[in-house]
Design a protein around this ligand. Structure first.
Ligand SMILES: Cc1ncc(COP(=O)(O)O)c(C=O)c1O
Length: 400
């Protein structure tokens, strides 16, 4: 009999979306006449299709596979040079210099944020925000690592800052944040970078929603901060930026400047370790997808994505306006597709979920699913259609 990884016994049941689905199903069964009225503003999946340029590139890449002259088999595990260069150019247009050689192409920020734990030893002090994107926590627990939470509350605008009494080794930051929609300012990230450099810690910076930042002074990459290449890994994704949730494409920047020492004092390059990990366990993102992604990262390709993002952000504005009219304080919705607010009338998040479903047939995400600090909060997303979002907000307004 194999000895199983019993750390899995310590992972909490991932019941959030399953429980949402169960409650919606129960409601539909007991109210069949209302089933068609249900509007889902809960799960963070997109509704806009791929852009023209992405589709055209996908077609081209598929066709190229039909001829022996252009057929592509295994590609480099790190990703094709043309894709890595397209991303480096994208960074460059945003005023950040990233070496194409430091970029690793992958099939999702979920995979890379999860897999990254492998190259770090068990006995690290790992800081994660609460509320949190659950992948950061669960992957570390599966690995037998312990996490320490840092509170994201309305007192700190849901943007935890370093606690000098805690000496962390690995710090997860997500900005713009899922689920709170909050976004760090440059000077706040500079404090984190300074803390990480002083404590020889590494920041795992999840920038999956960077394209949603609309205020130009807010940072979209941790590498906008001096010194960050010596202490930070950055994750990016086309899932929400370009509607690739089903197509699957992401990238991770592991700068060569990121060097720590082994217990014997030898220098160890995190870049070299990640390269070794990927070369051993990953055979690359499909050529077809990388070809389409490279088209998305061009200036023209991104402009098309921006149209979709503007579409979603109109929804965010509608949701935010409704909450404002109802005097419900919230974060997000300006530089993020997520809106996070305290449940009205002292309700807890599952109670409010049931109330919204029962009386308005609107489905959101209870904050409790993202951590202790989310217990009284609720997340709505702007990824719906204009029509459905407007209708949901009308019902929301009538209900409260
Ligand atoms: C904060 C955050 N990081 C990463 C991901 C995963 O992105 P991907 O689709 O690239 O795996 C998500 C998706 O919801 C997310 O919210």
């Amino acid at each position: 009999m194999p000895n199983l990884n019993e750390n899995y016994l310590n992972v909490k049941d991932s019941y959030l979306f399953a429980e949402i689905a169960r409650r919606v199903k129960t409601y539909e069964k007991s109210h069949p006449e209302k089933a068609d009225r249900i509007i889902r503003l809960g799960i963070g999946d997109v509704t806009r299709p791929l852009t023209k340029r992405a589709i055209q590139a996908l077609h081209e890449a598929v066709d190229s596979q039909a001829s022996p002259d252009t057929f592509k088999g295994y590609g480099p595990e790190q990703g094709y040079e043309f894709t890595r260069r397209a991303i480096a150019d994208y960074y460059g247009r945003n005023g950040v210099s990233v070496d194409a050689d430091d970029i690793f192409i992958s099939d999702g920020a979920k995979s890379d944020t999860g897999n990254m734990t492998e190259i770090f030893a068990r006995d690290n002090v790992i800081l994660v925000p609460d509320p949190v994107y659950p992948v950061y926590v669960d992957t570390n627990i599966m690995d037998g690592k312990q996490v320490v939470y840092m509170n994201g509350t309305k007192e700190n605008d849901f943007l935890p800052m370093p606690d000098e009494s805690v000496k962390a080794d690995i710090i997860y930051l997500c900005s713009p944040n899922n689920p709170t929609g909050a976004c760090y300012r440059k000077e706040q990230l500079a404090v984190w970078v300074d803390y990480a450099l002083r404590n020889e810690a590494v920041i795992l910076f999840d920038a999956a929603y960077e394209a949603f930042v609309t205020e130009p002074e807010l940072p979209r990459s941790i590498y906008e901060i001096e010194g960050a290449k010596r202490c930070a890994i950055e994750f990016g994704s086309l899932s929400k930026t370009a509607g690739f949730t089903g197509t699957r494409f992401s990238y991770t920047v592991v700068p060569k400047e990121l060097v720590f020492r082994s217990s014997k004092g030898e220098e160890m390059s995190v870049h070299a370790m990640w390269n070794r990990r990927q070369s051993t366990k990953f055979n690359g993102t499909p050529y077809i997808i990388q070809y389409a992604a490279a088209a998305v990262f061009t200036a023209e390709g991104m402009e098309e994505c921006r149209e979709n993002i503007r579409y979603y952000m109109e929804n965010a504005r509608k949701i935010a306006d409704t909450l404002r009219r109802k005097n419900i304080p919230f974060t997000g919705g300006v530089n993020s597709p997520y809106i996070w607010f305290q449940c009205p009338n002292g309700m807890e998040s599952w109670e409010f979920f049931d109330c919204l479903l029962e009386h308005a047939q609107v489905v959101g995400t209870p904050g409790a699913g993202f951590g202790e600090n989310g217990r009284d909060y609720f997340r709505l997303t702007s990824f719906g259609t204009h029509e459905k979002t407007a209708e949901a907000m009308e019902r929301f307004e009538k209900l409260l």
